[in-house]
Write a protein that binds this ligand. Structure first.
Ligand code: ASP
Length: 312
């Protein structure tokens, strides 16, 4: 079997064993395993990394405990506004959407933007119109409703605080990061990355984080690596995280793990930016790096077992 590798994340944050029940942990691990299987099935057959990351992210979007697709968090107005992006390392093609509602799988829309729109980035109602036009599956608001997210929103909806997913209370309110993402190297040597999120609970004013921003939350280039991020998006935008990892490899000759270490454990930490990323290089090496307590994550190398991890 030729070489391939794939990694996924379901968000970083204060994910501590003490805050988890064994049953819930099993459910998370099963969802991570299923998403890897969806991606690996494509890679095993010689399919593209682009198709593999899209399939893995769709699986995570369909799982209600992650903050993407079904299970996306509530905005201040009580709706769901989702962001997603995808990038192909072979030709640097990219597609992104932000502030979209009612699209079952935002990552599928990001891919259609890349392949069918002649643009890179569409937003809001017009992006939804494009989705309908392309025949993408749409869902009523009720599909995106989950009890857990509703309760989270009830806790902050009358305040000015916003919250990220999977994290405990902080002085700013709860900060949790539950975005999902995938990166892969296929048997043809091509890299791809995909990321999808509901953003932050109680977000206002059309707030958009790093997830749909190429170079911040997502980046892929066959010369270096493919990266998908999760964390406090404002910091990831300012630090241009995904592209910075690639640049450190391209211009300074750092290895994938060295580059991820510099960006996540040094640069972001100094700025106060909590979160992490998954990355794969053109040799198939993986790095799953985070500066928070935990990150839902899983990976697989060709012919090897699937590994799922949650804590540090
Ligand atoms: N990075 C995402 C955002 O800021 C949140 C997350 O990773 O959960 O919108």
């Amino acid at each position: 079997m030729k070489k391939f590798s794939i990694a996924i994340h379901g968000g970083a944050g204060t994910i501590l064993p003490a805050l988890m029940t064994p049953q819930k942990e099993l459910v998370y691990r099963a969802a991570l395993t299923e998403a890897i299987q969806q991606g690996s099935a494509i890679l095993e057959k010689g399919g593209s990394s682009l198709a593999a990351v899209e399939a893995a992210v769709i699986s995570l979007e369909n799982f209600p405990l992650f903050n993407a697709g079904k299970g996306a968090v509530f905005t201040n107005k009580g709706c769901h506004e989702m962001d997603a992006s995808i990038m192909c390392g072979l030709n640097l093609n990219a597609g992104a959407v932000s502030g979209i509602s009612n699209v079952k799988n935002p990552i599928a829309l990001a891919r259609l933007v890349m392949e069918k729109s002649g643009h890179v980035y569409l937003s809001g109602k017009e992006a939804e119109y494009f989705a309908r036009n392309q025949g993408l599956q749409m869902e009523e608001d009720a599909y995106f409703f989950t009890d857990e997210r509703y309760k989270q929103w009830q806790g902050v909806k009358d305040s000015d605080t916003y919250q990220l997913d999977h994290t405990d209370k902080t002085e700013q309110g709860e900060k949790k990061f539950g975005t999902v993402g995938a990166v892969a190297l296929d048997q043809h040597g091509n890299l791809a990355a995909a990321t999808s999120t509901g953003g932050m609970t109680n977000k206002k004013f059309g707030r958009v984080g790093d997830t749909p921003i190429i170079g911040a939350g997502t980046y892929a280039n066959n010369r270096t690596c493919a990266v998908s991020c999760t964390g406090h998006g404002e910091y990831f935008i300012r630090a241009v995280v995904a592209y910075d990892v690639s640049c450190l490899m391209e211009y300074k000759g750092l290895s994938l793990s060295e580059a991820c270490q510099v960006v996540v454990q040094d640069k972001l930490v100094k700025m106060g930016g909590e979160g992490g990323l998954i990355a794969v290089d053109s040799f198939g090496n993986l790095s799953l790096t985070f500066n928070s307590e935990g990150m839902y994550r899983a990976f697989q190398f060709a012919g090897k077992p699937i590994v799922t991890e949650i804590y540090k």
